[in-house]
Unconditional design. Sequence first.
Length: 189
Amino acid sequence: MAEPTPDEQKKLDAEAKAREDAEQAALPYKWTQSIKDLDVTISIDGKYKGRDLDVKLTRTHLRVAIKGQDPIIDGDLPHPIRVDDSTWTLETVPAGKEISVHLDKVNQLEWWAHVVTTAPKIDTSKIQPENSNLGDLDGETRGMVEKMMFDQRQKEMGKPTSDEQKKLDILKQFQDQHPEMDFSNAKMG
């Protein structure tokens, strides 16, 4: 099959996005995520109180229901969460009440395609991450992100990544120490 033209690809992407938006809009909840966490919001009738709810968060499963009714969400999570750092609240809003569920991701370097594995997926490759400040990250994570950004820029310019550069520097140092050796057929692996 021939590659779509840029205009055809734009149309295909728009159709896929419209289909994805319709699938997400049909869900009985709304959800957003950052690279570190995920938030689910469920609108319910204002007559309900916290004691009327059945909410269970485990490392790999989420259940949200009004007691005596079919669950609003009941399914396996696509990735594990930190249960101790995940919460739920019931809040009064102008249109009634909202159940807010906050899930803290264990792997804080991946996007989720859906809240539970039975729900329709979103295309995570199209996510535009919010601009976050590198200063917000802890030292180790910041170093890793800066290295990834540097390596990405190097690749885009056709230059070696930091790891490849390190290998080249070691080879050059070895060559300088051993001028009698012929490295003309040396291959980097």
